[in-house]
Design a protein around this ligand. Sequence first.
Ligand code: TMP
Length: 197
Amino acid sequence: MAAGLFVVFEGIDGSGKSTLTKAIWDDLGTQALLLREPTGLHTGKLIREKLAAPNTMSQKDWIQLFSDDRALDVEQHLTPALAAGKIVLMDRYYYSTAAYQGQNPPDLSALQIVQSQQALFPRPDMVVYLEISPDAALSRLGSRAGLEIFETKSQLERIAKNYDSIIPKEALRLDAAKPVATNVEKVKKAIGKKVPI
Ligand code: TMP
């Protein structure tokens, strides 16, 4: 049986990452599985409640919530799908924890978080990073109701800087300003070099 392929999509809020991931999934059909973090499991629902309202949760507690959600998703969805030979498209993974929860000392940096997450969870075969400036991302988000706690300019600037320090050199970097169809083709080409599609 085919070994499967684990593809992770990352980018700041407003980058269009979820739209792109969904478009690729629609294109690939049943050979692919779309997963998303935070998940729809009880662990993910708890996170979405916390994201919707200001709170004073510590860095350690945020990392724990995302890690608990990830552990369940890996066990229940990711590992079985890869074993069945699927192409798994994961909308956010541990690079999000590193970029969003990474802070200045004495807190953990993005790099420290990514290293500890790599010891806990399977590594992706491919990382796709959708690049956009925080200003352009905010103007896209501006038309949406109910912004979440990380959706401010200073937060997005911190998160984009963190991403730059941790996204692997070999990642496929895409320009979020390009049409979705253009980026779908680029990702499909990269996937096609690794597995038959
Ligand atoms: P979404 O906008 O892609 O649905 O993700 C929800 C929010 O959760 C988004 O602002 C990014 C944030 N997030 C983290 O802060 N840490 C994480 O580990 C993940 C997976 C998401």
